[in-house]
Design a protein around this ligand. Structure first.
Ligand SMILES: Cc1cc2nc3c(=O)[nH]c(=O)nc-3n(C[C@H](O)[C@H](O)[C@H](O)COP(=O)(O)O)c2cc1C
Length: 180
């Protein structure tokens, strides 16, 4: 159970963004308070109202001109855990290199909470040396990676790159929070 725990869900711009809505729902069902940051690209795949309705909180998207003066530090401190699902190759690359170019990456750099990354992308992108190098850096930095699974991808291709099942992501979130 995640009663009373503050989970910040980052959603980036991949086809699997629609599955993040189900993940948000599962986290809420477990008793967590969930807030969502979407990247601009994520909004091309799924609407922010979906997450607002599921979590009961407005979706955060902007570093500037948001509802608070310093949304990235506020959200970073609010979170007991940050989970990014799906995490694009772009997000992995930016985080691995310490780039803070939007609200999500600024928050990821500003938080001291555990970070769970659930990558999802086409097999070629996942297996690219740059992505694998970034994944190695992120693991060495202490981030927890879940998946990707191997299976059918958007467009009918089959291989590694599929978003881990939401239940598997929730299980990792629970395990990390149980262990403090
Ligand atoms: C139809 C379509 C599907 C995409 N799916 C993925 C994906 O599954 N994984 C990924 O890493 N990038 C995917 N991309 C590319 C990202 O949307 C692109 O790299 C974007 O800049 C990511 O921005 P973000 O990381 O800020 O969300 C896709 C692009 C398009 C047009």
């Amino acid at each position: 159970m995640l009663s009373g725990r503050h989970i910040l869900l980052g959603v980036t711009g991949g086809v699997a963004a629609y599955k993040a809505a189900y993940l948000a729902r599962r986290l809420v069902e477990q008793g967590a308070e969930v807030r969502v940051i979407m990247t601009e690209a994520a909004e091309r795949f799924v609407g922010r109202q979906t997450f607002a309705a599921i979590t009961g909180n407005p979706v955060e998207q902007h570093l500037f001109d948001g509802s608070t003066v310093s949304p990235h530090t506020d959200l970073a401190r609010w979170a007991d855990l940050v989970v990014v699902a799906p995490a694009t190759a772009n997000l992995l690359g930016r985080l691995a290199n310490g780039l803070a170019t939007d609200l999500l990456t600024n928050t990821l750099l500003a938080t001291t909470a555990p970070v769970v990354l659930a990558p999802a992308m086409h097999t070629e992108m996942w297996e690219h040396p740059a992505t694998q190098r970034n994944v190695g850096v992120l693991r060495a930095d202490g981030h927890e990676l879940v998946g990707p699974d191997s299976g059918e991808l958007a467009g009918g291709d089959v291989g590694p790159g599929r978003l881990a099942e939401p239940e598997a992501i929730v299980a990792v979130v629970e395990k990390l929070l149980e262990h403090g």
